[in-house]
Ligand binder design. Structure first.
Ligand SMILES: Cc1ncc(COP(=O)(O)O)c(C=O)c1O
Length: 438
């Protein structure tokens, strides 16, 4: 691995650059459940990269598929042309997606997937003569990536405040369906339906006929793993149906096994109109994302002259051959190793392990669902977020562990190949880190 001799040129995303460059956490290699630093030290990966490496690192079939396609078809546009693997992949994803969502539009990231979902929602209503529906409703603490649309419907202050004014028609956010009474719940809380009925208030305020879509994560991941109940999601679905509003599930984190199913929609028995995906679709090996839309939406675009472009949207790298190859190989692994079923089986193991941290220093809440868990720490009142940052550093340098934090909340989302003793090890390492903070 080439050693950088100057760290100044690279401006790292979502990172305190100046501090990082004083003691960089460099990852040089990865295999299975582990990263390796430049000295060869193994670091247990407790977060599947960034929620994306669900099949574990360094999977040979994925690397081989990428290498093969890089030689055979390095690039092909999908504006007015295409390549066979794009169709094969779309078919595979549609087969895994909720019933009645049969059409896949590819992009290159979760942010772009959210952007596409929101644009398709607005364009759909224009197509069907309801152009007055322009409002896009998000949720507090929602994370829908970093485009202007994503941060607008998103509900994380730090991601929004520096960038205003944001997208018109996105001022309203549902409440986060979580409060202090739900602390230390194992699995999904019994979410009071009043949280979903928040949507009725917005309908009363603005008129349902002005609302295009509601976008929610079935489990809010990036903000620190906030699960919700299936009943809550069903209630949202019913309200959307009553007022003709589209329901978008942002499944950039939850799709492809994180909650023990291909999509969280399946776990909760709720079918949205549009579902986003990214991250684990290609096991993180090549950037890829997309949306799967209902037949009703797709069909609405398929009117008019058949030589005319139906949707003026897309990217140079939509359905890039390398990404399609990586994703097809990834989906084979998920199927052949039954990794979604494995996640379902391991869910109680992770749950039991992580709730053992109750009572450890600074722990004020523990949440979990599927193969995701969060340990929320009391913030240092003088410096919120600093404790979380210290956790990353101590875990990396002292415990050989890669974890992710959101503010002062530690988020765990190990690759789905994790075994029981690795789950115990992750939790014990975190315990040591918390004790060292004391
Ligand atoms: C639910 C959700 N939507 C969108 C995104 C954005 O994805 P990306 O970072 O690939 O743009 C993320 C990333 O974590 C996410 O968790």
């Amino acid at each position: 691995m080439r050693q950088p001799n100057d760290l100044s040129a690279f401006w790292l995303p979502f990172t305190p650059n100046r501090h990082f460059k004083t003691a960089p956490r460099m990852l040089a290699r990865a295999e299975g459940m582990y990263y390796y630093d430049e000295s060869g030290r193994a670091l247990l990966d407790a977060c599947a990269g960034l929620w994306c490496v669900n099949a574990g690192h360094g999977r040979k079939p994925i690397a081989e598929a990428i290498a093969r396609v890089a030689q055979d078809l390095d690039y092909a546009p999908t504006f007015q042309f295409a390549h066979p693997e794009a169709f094969a992949l779309a078919q595979r994803i549609a087969a895994l997606a909720p019933e009645g969502l049969d059409h896949v539009f590819f992009v290159n990231s979760g942010s772009e997937a959210c952007d596409a979902a929101l644009k398709v929602a607005r364009a759909y209503f224009q197509k069907i003569g309801q152009g007055g529906r322009f409002r896009l409703i998000g949720r507090e603490k929602g994370y829908h990536g970093v485009t202007f649309a994503g941060i607008s419907v998103g509900g994380l202050g730090n991601n929004r405040k520096p960038y205003g004014p944001l997208l018109p028609g996105t001022d309203d956010h549902l409440l986060l369906p979580y409060d202090a009474s739900m602390r230390f719940t194992r699995g999904e809380p019994d979410t009071p339906l009043a949280f979903a009925d928040d949507l009725d208030k917005l309908v009363a305020l603005h008129g349902g006929e002005t609302i295009a879509a509601v976008i929610v994560e079935p489990m809010a991941g990036s903000a620190g793993v906030f699960p919700t109940s299936g009943e809550y999601l069903k209630r949202l679905r019913e309200t959307c149906d009553r007022y003709g509003i589209l329901l978008i599930f942002d499944e950039v984190i939850t799709a492809f096994g994180r909650l023990g199913h291909a999509f969280a929609a399946e776990r909760y028995g709720v079918v949205p109109d549009i579902v986003t995906f990214a991250k684990a679709v290609s096991n993180g090996a090549v950037p890829m994302g997309g949306i799967v839309v209902s037949n009703k939406i797709y069909d609405a675009f398929m009117g008019g002259e058949d030589w005319q472009i139906e949707l003026f949207h897309g990217h140079t790298y939509s359905a890039h051959p390398l990404a399609c190859a990586a994703a097809l190989a990834t989906l084979d692994i998920y199927r052949d190793e039954n990794l979604f079923g494995r996640a379902e089986k391991l869910e109680p193991v992770l749950q039991d392990a992580v709730h053992e941290l109750r009572g450890a220093p600074f722990v004020m809440d523990i949440r979990n669902v599927g193969m995701a868990a969060a340990i929320e720490l009391e913030p240092d009142p003088a410096a919120p977020g600093r404790r979380g940052y210290e956790v990353i550093q101590r875990a990396f340098h002292d415990e050989n562990l890669v974890v992710r934090v959101s503010g002062d909340t530690i988020a765990l989302s190990p690759p789905l190949i994790v075994n029981e003793s690795e789950i115990t090890e992750i939790v014990e390492k975190i315990r040591h880190v918390l004790q060292a903070l004391h």
